[in-house]
Design a protein around this ligand. Structure first.
Ligand code: ADP
Length: 318
């Protein structure tokens, strides 16, 4: 069982010839769909085959209704706080070169109360893996992680977005963190005092990456996702993860990417699901599955809607 604490957004996406400048009015192709890192990751976890609970805050509006309908369709166990704020939204412009400008209206996501998370104690204790990101109030996430720790439930923190603060106290409660290259460098700068250019991470040697990871999360596992280069993992204790190696890379699956939006979310949801379903398997096997799952998601457009089912992943890479 996976329990995700996180955000739900309604994404409004305009594809435009060029990103709008101040005072400019443009028209472009429009589409809308569900998003938010929390919901994307919960959708990935449930479609990867794990029974999944999603703890979030929704407004009493069309966005909230959309979230409920989608959760029901996927068999996602929704534990929502009903907020007076509007459901979270994201306004996204994408130009023909794939560049984007994004404005997020956190709305209800910023209003996930501590008490609502504390009320999920039994659900958290029943989970094998608790997964959260940083689009929800830190106090609520930290409370969930503290409750998980009481019962020995594994905690996974996706420290995204990169500009979000991660207090040392939350890192201390995390068994695994899963930054992408940008998020990894942001946390290295903040917690280790090491300034690294994100574009150089994938080309660093493994021992250097491992040393940085050990300083960032001395007690736990760091998984750095590297886009088309797959991922790098650094363990504090190889034995804990049923693997003799403390650090290694897992190559990405070969695909023809069409839309990499939500690739990181696909990876996180699939990793949590695989780990929850097969706690005795080597950690490398879970990373291998998460890479394949995320790669397949990039062949499809959209964020939550692009998450494949476990059968599709197995058939695609059979
Ligand atoms: P984010 O979406 O957060 O920026 P990444 O770009 O690191 O995260 O992608 C997350 C994961 O998605 C990667 O670790 C990899 O497994 C998969 N992935 C992303 N881009 C590709 C690609 N071009 N080919 C194959 N897999 C990819």
């Amino acid at each position: 069982h996976v329990l995700v604490v996180g955000s739900f957004n309604v994404d409004h996406v305009w594809t435009v010839a060029s990103l709008p400048r101040p005072g400019e009015t443009l028209s472009g192709h429009y589409h809308t769909g569900p998003g938010g890192k929390g919901f994307n990751q919960a959708t990935a976890a449930v479609r990867a085959g794990a029974s999944t609970t999603f703890v979030c805050a929704l407004g009493e509006d069309l966005g909230g209704q959309l979230a409920r309908a989608l959760a029901a369709a996927d068999g996602l166990d929704l534990r929502e706080h009903s907020s007076e704020a509007p459901t979270g939204t994201a306004g996204i412009y994408v130009d023909h070169d794939g560049r984007n400008s994004i404005v997020i209206g956190p709305g209800a996501n910023a209003d996930l109360p501590l008490a609502h998370v504390q009320a999920q104690r039994d659900g958290i204790h029943a989970a094998h893996v608790l997964l959260a990101q940083l689009e929800s109030p830190l106090a609520s996430i930290e409370a969930a992680f503290a409750i998980a720790r009481e019962a020995g439930v594994r905690t996974m923190l996706n420290p995204a977005p990169a500009d979000a603060q991660v207090p040392a106290s939350l890192l201390a409660l995390s068994d695994v963190i899963t930054p992408n290259e940008t998020e990894f460098c942001a946390q290295l700068a903040r917690h280790v005092g090491e300034r690294v250019d994100a574009s150089t991470v994938a080309s660093r040697d493994d021992d250097t990456l491992h040393a940085w990871c050990r300083r960032l999360l001395p007690h736990g596992t760091v998984v750095v996702t590297l886009g088309a280069a797959g991922c790098f993992v650094s363990h504090a204790d190889g034995a804990l993860h049923r693997d003799a190696r403390t650090h290694y890379r897992v190559a990405a699956a070969k695909v023809q990417p069409h839309d990499t939006t939500g690739a990181g979310d696909a990876f996180n949801g699939a990793l949590a699901a695989s780990w929850a379903l097969r706690p005795d398997a080597a950690f490398a096997d879970h990373l291998h599955y998460a890479n394949r799952y995320a790669a397949l998601s990039t062949e499809r457009a959209g964020a939550a809607v692009s998450m494949p089912r476990d059968e599709e992943v197995r058939a695609r890479f059979a």
